[in-house]
Design a protein around this ligand. Structure first.
Ligand code: AMP
Ligand code: GLY
Length: 411
């Protein structure tokens, strides 16, 4: 069996690792992959949708898995399907549920998916007039993909004016800011729920809790994620029922009614408030680093699950009755400027999954090449055991200016 995985982060390494655990004979190809994926498969440098499809055709790839959202928005799934190539993920139009916040919010409103109240604008003066009259804090979002930076929480009308000016007039996010969504601020705690969609049913994964800020105690700048624990200990059975009723069921109805069905992943970014469970956003792909924390707890053979979903068959997921803690080891300076090219030592002593997020392989050694460098994942019968395993292994890793948070799973 040959599988092509598109992407180059810790998420893609974790997906490849899980496939190899379940099917050691699987041949894996990554484009572009990284120094971790190179140890379990072959890295390729395919730059366009056509190059990816040509490769899949020539190599007779059995299935292609799309990691990041930008390839979905480029229509990789549509092109593969036109060429009768098997690919897991949504087409371009369904990918808009992540790629356009306006499209996503309109979909949520139309189908009664519980979400924050909002209004969209493309005109600065009108947006600003509206923002002035709102309650604060207020959330302003650039419509398009902005690498996680397009959301600003404003505490007064001056901050709102600045954010609107930057997005609509100065175009700091380029075309992604041609439209903005202004929405009410929701107070609560966040939960990530990944799920698998087979075109008829959405099967949720266990919950996860991301730790988005760079600093201890969830302070400082936003990052792509500095750690994840699964399941999320704050997300109760009652919250889960509310999620199924207020978010999952209307989402499914909307996808089917709008003819947006596909076999792929839907990631629900939730805010749990005292008034219930709200949907902040859809991502149409696996989360990073949620995937790294969640997949080690999945008992099923992942490849079987993906092929079942592609055939529209029901998927029943089985989870270890355990906890996992994923700690991200980053380059000092991230998420701002950081240096790369430092030799990483100690990974050979790590006794739990160690996924490579941003490092390349040179003469059998790993060298840093990104902001988030490694993801160390401990699993155990309790959250505390999982934490101990993760941090005992993090201590074995060494590279210049390496940085990690000590409180993943503590707050
Ligand atoms: P999004 O890309 O829409 O998930 O937004 C990024 C982050 O901004 C979320 O993970 C939340 O931390 C925060 N956020 C987004 N929308 C809201 C909201 N309506 N109320 C409070 N926080 C929000
Ligand atoms: N960890 C959040 C994301 O993948 O978007």
């Amino acid at each position: 069996m040959k599988i092509l995985i598109i992407g180059n982060g810790g998420r893609e390494h974790a997906i490849g690792w899980k496939i190899k655990q379940d099917n050691p004979e699987a041949e894996l190809f990554f484009s572009r992959g990284n120094g971790g994926t190179e140890q379990i498969g072959i890295n390729l440098s395919l730059d366009t949708v056509e190059e990816l499809a040509d490769f899949a055709e020539e190599e007779e790839i059995d299935m292609t898995f799309v990691g990041p959202e930008d390839w979905l928005m480029k229509g990789v799934v549509d092109t593969f399907q036109e060429r009768n190539l098997t690919i897991f993920g949504p087409g371009k139009e369904a990918a808009l549920l992540e790629g356009s916040k306006e499209f996503a919010k309109d979909f949520m409103l139309k189908y009664g998916v519980k979400t924050a109240k909002y209004k969209t604008f493309n005109n600065y003066t009108e947006a600003n007039e509206y923002a002035k009259e709102q309650k604060y804090p207020l959330v302003i979002k650039a419509d398009g993909l902005a690498a996680g930076k397009g959301v600003v929480i404003c505490y007064d009308k001056f901050e709102a004016e600045k954010a609107l000016d930057e997005m609509l007039n100065q175009k700091v996010f380029g075309a992604a800011g041609n439209h903005v969504v202004i929405e009410e601020f929701l107070e609560g705690f966040e939960t990530s729920i990944l799920s698998i969609f087979n075109g008829n049913e959405i099967t949720p994964f266990i919950s996860a809790k991301d730790h988005k800020k760079i600093g201890e105690g969830e302070t400082g700048l936003n990052t792509g994620g500095m750690g994840v624990i699964a399941p999320n200990p704050y997300f109760t059975e009652e919250h889960f029922k509310a999620f199924e009723k207020d978010i999952l069921a209307p989402t499914l109805k909307g996808l089917i009614t709008e003819n947006l069905s596909f076999a792929g992943i839907i990631f629900f970014g939730l805010m749990i408030t005292k008034d219930g469970v709200y949907l902040l956003e859809y991502n149409m792909r696996m989360g990073d680093p949620e995937t790294q924390a969640v997949l080690p707890l999945l008992k099923n053979n992942l490849t079987d699950v993906l092929f079942a979903a592609l055939k529209g068959e029901s998927v029943e997921l089985r989870w270890r009755d355990q906890h996992s803690v994923c700690v991200v080891v980053a380059s000092g300076g991230y998420p701002l400027n950081y240096e790369t090219g430092f030799k990483i030592t100690g990974t050979d002593k790590v006794t739990c999954p160690c996924f490579v997020a941003g490092a390349h392989l040179k003469e059998d050694s790993l060298y840093t090449s990104g902001g988030r460098v490694l993801n160390i994942v401990g699993t155990g019968d309790t959250l505390e055991q999982a934490r101990t395993i993760a941090y005992d292994n993090v201590k074995k890793i060494n590279f210049d200016y390496g940085y990690f948070r000590h409180d993943i799973g503590k707050i």
